[in-house]
Write a protein that binds this ligand. Structure first.
Ligand code: RP5
Length: 166
């Protein structure tokens, strides 16, 4: 059986941790092994480069990278690895996260970052899970069950709305 890969949840600052808790919670709910770290493209660039360079060897299968403002973390990590990198632009007070969104999504040709919505931590974890599930049938089953639960939730909301208006 193939070795189970870990997900790296990297954030540019401790101030991103509250937002990224949604990613960590989703990974835990899906029983996916992960490591969370703070490292910065600007304040600790060598550590970020070294981490990304060794991530595949360390057993990671996907890197989630969250940063705000001039958000170069996801791009820098992607420059140093062939693992898929999922970028999470973090909302800032000044520009509402548009700064981080554009910094994360507008990667030059050759170095992709799969960018989710501003503060889209939960979707980052789900995308990471779906990437790992390409070669992990058990995880794919858990993701299918999650989709069925989402559908059941919507049906229940529809029924409640219909019943309250009739
Ligand atoms: C980015 O700058 C971080 O990812 C964070 O979102 C933002 C602000 O960082 P702090 O000044 O709060 O450490 O690098």
């Amino acid at each position: 059986m193939a070795e189970r890969k870990k997900v790296a949840v990297i954030m540019g600052s401790g101030s991103d941790a509250a937002t990224m808790q949604a990613a960590i919670g989703q990974l835990e709910a899906l029983n996916i092994a992960y490591e969370a770290h703070v490292m910065s493209a600007h304040r600790s660039p060598q550590r970020a480069a070294d981490f990304a360079s060794g991530a595949r060897e360390q057993g990671f299968g996907v890197i989630i990278a969250a940063a705000g403002k001039a958000a170069h973390l996801a791009g820098v990590l992607a420059a140093h690895t062939t693992l898929p990198v999922v970028g999470v632009p973090i909302r800032s007070q000044d520009l509402g996260g548009m700064d981080a969104l554009l910094s994360t999504v507008q990667m030059p040709s050759g170095v992709p970052v799969a960018t989710v919505a501003i503060d889209g931590a939960k979707n980052a974890a789900l995308l990471a899970a779906q990437i790992l599930a390409v070669t992990d049938a058990d995880l794919a089953k858990r993701l299918s069950e999650l989709k069925l639960r989402m559908e059941a939730d919507v049906l229940a909301q529809d029924r409640a709305l219909f019943d309250s208006s009739n």
